[in-house]
Design a protein around this ligand. Structure first.
Ligand SMILES: [Zn+2]
Length: 293
């Protein structure tokens, strides 16, 4: 079924806010566990050290939150150990000594919040599959709201997990390779904001396919020695985290939408449902907004 291009239209309308009665989208019980297993590729230290208050020791942590993508492989590309082609790694093997216990615990809620965003994407893509099989039903319109700011912070956290103590300079500038500038640490912890133009983008190409596959991809994009953009793919949705303080318009032949965006699916000639990446407030709990009946 066709998916309309996203728009940056004003999202500050008042909608009736209700939890979906049809689908159980309650908050999943995410847990944060420290990994004690050996990693083939361990690194030392805590990337949040510029904030102070490190404590509890450094433990092995997952580079990609395992609780969000259970029993899966992740494709990674662009780092020193997977520079030119994607490398497939089991998520449970992808660990490193990247955060102390205190700072890892402080980011736990962020994993839960991002998990709700990925759940919304899963549900919207699944809804498209389900509804397309029953065109004769007059489906109620549904909206899936994703908290853009939390999703942006989670992508930044994941980018930092991957690039900490590695060979690229993280972000613009000429600080030491593999170190995390304090500003980026503060943004990841929700204490600061990106400058205009930096932050989260969604990419869209006409006739783009969105798939049920649950796999997650991360690509580090460098400009000379600097890691400047992180690319993330989930269920066919492409997100880019720009670390440069300038607007990007296109990437890889796709239009880019800065922060707020809408993705609407058509079933027959009616809009069936929509994903909204919302920037109006930081929300921890998911909700589904529905209008029409
Ligand atoms: Zn720490």
């Amino acid at each position: 079924m066709p998916l309309l291009p996203p728009t940056d239209r004003d999202l500050n309308k008042e909608f009736e806010v209700i939890r979906s009665r049809k689908r159980n989208l309650g908050q999943p019980a995410y847990t944060c566990l420290s990994m004690q297993n050996d990693s083939h590729d361990a690194v030392e230290g805590c990337w949040a050290a510029p904030l102070g208050n490190c404590g509890g020791g450094i433990s092995h942590e997952h580079l990609v939150s395992e609780c969000l993508f259970k029993d899966q492989s992740v494709f990674v590309q662009g780092l020193d150990w997977c520079l030119n082609k994607p490398k497939q790694v089991r998520i449970e093997k992808l660990t490193g000594k990247i955060l102390c216990k205190n700072h890892n615990t402080a980011l736990c809620k962020l994993d839960a919040a991002a998990g709700l965003g990925f759940e919304a994407i899963r549900n919207a893509v699944k809804m498209n599959e389900d509804r397309a099989k029953m065109l004769y039903i007059n489906w109620a319109h549904q909206q899936f709201i994703i908290d853009g700011r939390n999703l942006e912070r989670w992508f930044l956290k994941t980018l930092l997990n991957f690039s900490f103590n590695r060979k690229l300079i993280i972000g613009p500038g000429n600080h030491s390779a593999g170190t995390v500038p304090e500003k980026l640490v503060r943004i990841a912890f929700g204490l600061d904001n990106f400058e205009e133009g930096a932050g989260l983008y969604t990419a869209f190409r006409p006739r783009e396919t969105f798939i049920l596959e649950d796999r997650f991809r991360f690509t580090a994009k460098a400009q000379g020695p600097n890691l400047v953009v992180g690319g993330f793919i989930f269920r066919g949705f492409r997100f880019f985290l720009n670390l440069l303080p300038q607007r990007l318009e296109m990437i890889e032949g796709s239009n880019l939408f800065y922060r707020r965006a809408n993705f609407a699916w058509l079933i027959g000639n009616r809009e069936s449902h929509r994903i909204i990446i919302d920037w109006s407030a930081s929300k921890i709990h998911p909700y589904v907004r529905r209008h029409g009946a």
